[in-house]
Structure formats: C-alpha cells, structure tokens
Design a protein around this ligand. Structure first.
Ligand SMILES: [Zn+2]
Length: 206
C-alpha cells in the first residue's frame, strides 16, 4: 500500500510513542522541517498501526468511519497536527533544557483529560489505560498524548534528547546516557564519515 510505504519510511528510533509521533517530520536539527509523512487521515491511521498506537482491526474500523465522515476526519487530522506541534514544542524545549510554554502545557493537560475521559482501566500485570472501547475519529492520538504525559511526569527528563544531525527526538536508554544520534545507521554514520574525511584532510595538509 502506497500510504503505508511512505509512513514506514520513518524509523521508530524515539524509544517512546510520543517522540516517534513527533519524528514523523524530518529536517535539520534546528529550523523548519523539510518533510512530513502525515499528509492526511489515512496516513495518520497507517502511522498509528506502524507506531503501535492502534491495532490493524481498530484502524480498519476507523477507516470505514472516516469514509462516512470526511469532515470529521479532516477535523481529527487537523487536531492531530496541532497536537504534534504542541508535543514538538514541549519536548524540544525539554531536550534543550528550557521551560515549555505554559499555554502549550495547559492544552496538553486538556488533551490528556480528554484521552483519559475515553479510556478504560484494563488489568494486566498492572492496571493500564486502554482505548479499546473508543470508536471515535480522535482515537489514534489518545495513546500518543498519554505517552507524552507519562514521559513528562515519570520519565528521566535528562534522557530526552535531540539528535545532533537531524530534528529527531529520542529517549536515551544507554547506560551512561551517551547517545547522541537518532540512529548509528543514519546520522551516526554521516558524522563518523565527516570526522574521517576531516582527519584525512588534516593528515594530508600536515
Ligand atoms: Zn538524526
């Protein structure tokens, strides 16, 4: 499926659902993003399955629902992009050791209240919030918002970092908190290559 291919182009390197959702846009570490895989509600559903926010049967049910309600899907999609901007602002500030904007945090609280208002408590090894009964177009973003709040309230904030080579954010789970790149295969490799070329140039001129 063309949609899914575009979406799965993005690697899941954030280590957290909310950070992976922010990483649906690519670009340099600072400045504007240069690409975005979320181009409409169908892509949002495809990404949600890929990122682990929705099961395939849940996505299929929402696909049918969105066919019957194009205006509602458009509104749900627009809200998803607004939430992504908010999460981007909050986590980019945290990664840079700055305080997030108070008005954005207030919206995040409202989004979390809305998410929990549609959740149910399911018992597994511990109790956890699930959205299994939620059959609304806003369903895909609810676990994303909740993951963001969980990370902010219970995570180690100094492990939230921005890649040195691109705009991806990630949760650094390395033992000595030394991770600098979204992925060694992408930004890590290009940095190694850059250093190698620089070192060779230094040797050549000395
Ligand atoms: Zn990167």
């Amino acid at each position: 499926m063309e949609t899914l291919e575009g979406v799965t182009r993005m690697r899941l390197v954030g280590g957290n659902l909310a950070l992976d959702f922010i990483n649906t846009r690519t670009g340099p570490p600072v400045g504007s993003p240069d690409d975005d895989v979320l181009t409409g509600y169908p892509e949002l559903l495809a990404w949600s399955v890929y990122g682990g926010a929705l099961s395939e049967p849940e996505a299929e049910a929402l696909r049918r629902l969105s066919h019957d309600d194009p205006a509602g899907s458009q509104a749900a999609f627009a809200r998803s992009l607004r939430i992504r901007d908010d999460l981007d602002g909050v986590f980019r500030a945290v990664a840079a050791d700055r305080s997030p904007d108070a008005s954005v945090l207030a919206r995040l609280r409202d989004d979390e209240a809305d998410a929990l208002g549609h959740a149910r408590l399911d018992q597994g090894r511990t109790f956890e919030w699930t959205w299994r009964d939620d059959r609304t177009l806003a369903r895909p973003l609810r676990p994303v918002v909740h993951a963001a709040v969980q990370l902010l309230t219970t995570g180690a904030l100094d492990r939230i970092k921005g890649c040195g080579g691109c705009r991806f954010l990630f949760h650094d789970e390395s033992k000595n908190r030394s991770r600098r790149w979204c992925s060694m295969d992408d930004c890590g490799t290009s940095e190694k290559m850059r250093r190698y070329v620089a070192a060779r140039r230094t040797r050549a001129t000395s």
